[in-house]
Design a protein around this ligand. Structure first.
Ligand code: ACO
Length: 431
């Protein structure tokens, strides 16, 4: 295998090193290209650009592989849980039982918010979008924990365990409180005796007269949802976190920027789009048949939650979450939900119709996670918030990787300028 690539520019030849990842991925290192040739590379949207080396997540979309720190997602889904996997993602290794207890203890200890934070969240209007509340509140954590937010990576890293636990634990409390604000409800306090997922559901749904106790299947579906979303390498929000971190910013500033990126409908909105599609189909008096025919003809909308840009054969996460979804549904005794009936029809057709099979358009993780959220009673405007709770360990890990890089340089992409060439200022009365 070549260790160098040769680029010919006019009559000049430049030799560029080829770097190889631990799974054999190859990248041409163009770090010296500009200095040697005056050229930069152009890759609109970074679709073909490796922005960093990373030890956290490996994806092979062609084969349908997703691994955190080398562990296949299927093994983690079967044998681990979202809390242990959070530790793995953020710390690089599976915890010993002592490390796992300490991490769980830190999560429990940091679940409640300070009084000032509670007042801050209460001050949002009732119709505040929960993603706005989440992002603002996570950023505000830096004000409450200045020793974790010095904006000096060396100092911030000394307290990494505490900062990571605060981010991972409080994202769930803030998310649930934003739901309570939206619904004009008083906040619930986290319970030290409940696990991560059960506590979140309690914070969301318990009432003074009625404590919310999820079925084990529901808690397990939520646990899997979080575990499956923990990291997904250099997507838009993760790249945002790394970009902000590269300037030396603290963990809370960096991950709140990730929340903002995720808010964009092209990134965090896919599971919401699934439910919106189902609702539109239902409102049109269709059972899915007309919608599918229109999608196949190319004249209608696409089936949301089908196909994936990275996973070309199947989405390994969808395979895992599908079983859990059906179990949660059975435990909740949900049978005749009209949107669910439409969803099942779409699933059945996509798995059996030649159009979908030949194009490898299988249901992706967003299809099932949107349906799980609905079954759990999570409102549509909270779907992206749920994604953010799940992705927090990944963002924390990515921040850590940037912060501890001894050769860190601020991320600074270049551009090809296509605006006006030099011209002279025109006084206002002559324009
Ligand atoms: N429903 C119906 N037809 C589809 C769908 C769909 N969801 N997706 C692709 N097709 C068809 C296209 O019309 C095209 O047909 P043609 O060959 O007859 O022209 C063919 O399949 C290939 O389409 P591409 O756009 O090249 O497929 P690509 O794999 O690049 O797109 C994408 C992937 C964007 C995810 C697409 O499948 C899609 O729009 N899905 C619906 C939206 C969605 O669920 N997105 C969440 C995925 S999250 C993520 O990808 C990061």
């Amino acid at each position: 295998m070549a260790n160098f690539a040769t680029l010919k520019l006019d009559d000049k030849e430049v030799t560029l090193p080829v770097i190889t990842g631990s799974e054999g991925e190859k990248g041409i290192d163009i770090g010296k290209l500009r200095a040697e040739t005056g050229h930069i590379t152009f890759d609109d949207g970074f679709g073909n650009t490796g922005s960093c080396t990373s030890n956290i997540t490996y994806i092979d979309g062609e084969v349908g592989i997703l691994r955190y720190r080398g562990y296949p997602i299927e093994q983690l889904a079967e044998k681990s849980n979202s809390v242990e996997t959070s530790y793995l993602v953020t710390h690089g290794e599976l915890p010993t039982s002592e490390q796992r207890s300490r991490f769980s203890h830190l999560l429990t200890q940091h679940a409640p918010l300070r009084e000032g934070m509670l007042r801050f969240i209460q001050s949002f209007p009732r119709d505040a979008h929960p993603m706005a509340v989440l992002s603002a509140s996570i950023n505000a954590l830096g004000a409450y924990y200045p020793h974790l937010a010095s904006n000096n990576h060396q100092r911030d890293l000394e307290h990494f365990d505490e900062a990571a636990a605060i981010a991972i634990s409080k994202v769930r409390t803030i998310a649930a409180h934003s739901y309570r604000v939206n619904n004009g409800l008083p906040f619930n306090y986290p319970r030290p005796n409940l696990g991560y997922c059960e506590n979140f559901l309690h914070l969301m749904f318990s009432e003074p007269y009625n404590e919310y106790v999820p079925t084990p299947e529901v808690a397990s579906a939520l646990n899997l949802f979080l575990l499956l979303h923990a990291d997904h390498e250099q997507n838009c929000s993760t790249s945002t976190v790394r970009m902000v971190a590269s300037a030396g910013a603290n963990l809370f500033a960096s991950v709140s920027a990730g929340v903002n990126a995720l808010w964009g409908p092209l990134h965090g909105g896919a599971n919401m789009a699934v439910l919106e599609m189902l609702k539109n189909i239902h409102d049109d008096g269709d059972d899915g048949t007309r919608f599918i025919a229109a999608a196949k003809s190319g004249k209608g909308d696409r089936l949301m939650g089908f196909g994936h840009r990275v996973y070309r054969n199947y989405d390994p996460r969808a395979k895992i979450i599908k079983t859990s979804f059906y179990k949660a549904l059975a435990s909740l005794n949900i049978k005749d939900d009209p949107l669910l009936n439409i969803a099942m029809k779409l699933e059945e057709v996509a798995l059996s119709d030649e159009y979908f099979i030949s194009r490898k358009l299988y249901p992706n993780v967003d299809f099932y996670s949107g349906l799980i959220m609905r079954a759990l009673g999570i409102p549509l405007n909270m779907f992206t918030v749920m994604f953010a709770i799940g992705r927090m360990p990944g963002w924390v890990a990515q921040w850590h990787e940037v912060a501890q890089n001894p050769k860190l340089k601020i991320y600074r992409p270049r551009q090809i300028y296509t605006g006006a060439t030099q011209r002279n200022y025109v006084p206002i009365n002559m324009r």
